[in-house]
Design a protein around this ligand. Structure first.
Ligand code: SF4
Ligand code: SF4
Ligand code: FES
Length: 355
């Protein structure tokens, strides 16, 4: 039996696969449905209600992120009823949340403006329904939580549980006092938190954000995709640049690269060295005066070869060894062993990730 069938999406027949949600079918078909609590790495919870659609035969609007597609079902994603629902939803969110420091609207972490949720319908102006919540000070060096911007979508807590397997944070409190917290209200450094920062990346409102990064909308950063070189896994990451300087590191969206939207504490936060004043920007060779002097690469390589050959001449071929790094690519490590064996005639070569 084929596991493919068609459904009607806004009057068009589109292909669906068994087990897919309406949201997955819509995304594959290029039909936009707004989401906030959805993260493709996490089990759907239908918490934010921003993705509600009309499903034929269902009296109520249903969450596209959690509703499974079935053969011949008819789905409408864009009707007056849906826009009215999103308008009220957005109005309630805005009534409970501030605009950011620059007066800009709440912006999702993937760059979408929350106020576009209701399309052409402007949000209703409602009275504030909750008193502002005080920012919580946490001495950890990287992650800041602004309760006022939190919409309780639980993406951060579910990520911490389902992807990291750490459970450092959870929804705590009741009713309008509900917020994100830790066991015993401890600081993150006193919990099982690994400071992976994945909760920052998945947060759709910026309630969780990186302390040392400037508070800008995502569009203000120019992104350059690169490979993390802290270990041999080779995670892809995006350097976020402002005025020619790396100001933060984010992961590419889930599903785009092998690390699937995840980074570890080193890849995400340890980027200060890039612009550090002590960083070497040119090779240095020690002169006869005992001091290090800037040199060209050919000069530095020639000096290294002279030194290694001199040691071999005095103490024998196996008196030298080559230690490569897991921060190198596989190709670079191959070349180091080639250099060791073919050029210097020794099998004394090692790489710290060799297991
Ligand atoms: S940084 Fe990682 S481990 Fe720590 S709370 Fe966030 S998701 Fe959990
Ligand atoms: S901190 Fe962000 S991800 Fe976590 S519940 Fe609040 S809005 Fe959602
Ligand atoms: S994205 Fe579907 S309910 Fe939140």
């Amino acid at each position: 039996m084929s596991n493919r069938f068609t459904i009607e999406l806004d009057g068009q027949h589109v292909e669906a696969r068994e087990g897919e949600t309406v949201l997955e079918v819509a995304q594959r078909s290029g039909v936009p449905i707004p989401t906030l609590c959805h993260d493709p790495r996490l089990a759907p919870v239908g918490a934010c209600r921003s993705c509600l659609v009309e499903v034929g035969g269902q009296g109520r609007l249903q969450p596209a992120c959690a509703w499974k597609a079935t053969p011949d079902m008819a789905v409408t994603t864009d009707s007056d009823r849906i826009l009215r629902h999103r308008q009220i939803l957005l109005s309630l969110y805005l009534a409970d949340h501030p605009t950011d420091d620059a007066g800009a609207p709440l912006t999702t972490s993937d760059g979408n403006d929350l106020t576009t949720l209701a399309g052409p319908k402007a949000p209703l102006v409602l009275e504030k329904v909750c008193a502002p919540r005080a920012d919580r000070h946490d001495v950890n060096p990287y992650i800041h939580f602004e309760p006022d911007r939190c919409i309780l979508c639980a993406r951060c807590t579910r990520y911490c549980d389902e992807v990291e397997g750490v459970n450092a944070i959870a929804l705590t409190g009741r009713g309008s006092e509900t917020t994100i917290g830790t066991a015993g209200s401890r600081g993150l450094l006193d919990t099982s938190c690994e400071l992976c920062g994945g909760c920052i990346d998945t947060c759709p409102t910026g309630a969780l954000h990186e302390k040392k990064a400037p508070r800008l909308t995502p569009a203000a950063y120019a992104k350059t995709r690169t490979t993390c070189n802290f270990c041999g896994v080779g995670c892809q990451m995006d350097l976020n640049v402002v005025d020619g300087k790396v100001k933060r590191v984010t992961s590419p969206p889930p599903g785009e690269t092998l690390n699937d939207g995840n980074l570890c504490v080193k890849g995400r936060f340890a980027y200060d060295f890039i612009h550090h004043e002590d960083r070497l920007t040119t090779p240095m060779v020690r002169g006869e005066d005992g001091q290090l002097h800037p040199a060209t690469w050919p000069e530095a390589i020639a000096a290294t070869v002279r030194g290694l050959r001199a040691v071999q001449k005095r103490h024998g071929t196996d008196s030298v060894g080559f230690v490569s790094s897991s921060r190198c690519t596989g190709e670079e490590n191959y070349l180091v062993q080639k250099l060791s064996r073919a050029a210097f005639g020794t099998n004394n070569c090692h790489q710290c990730a060799a297991t």
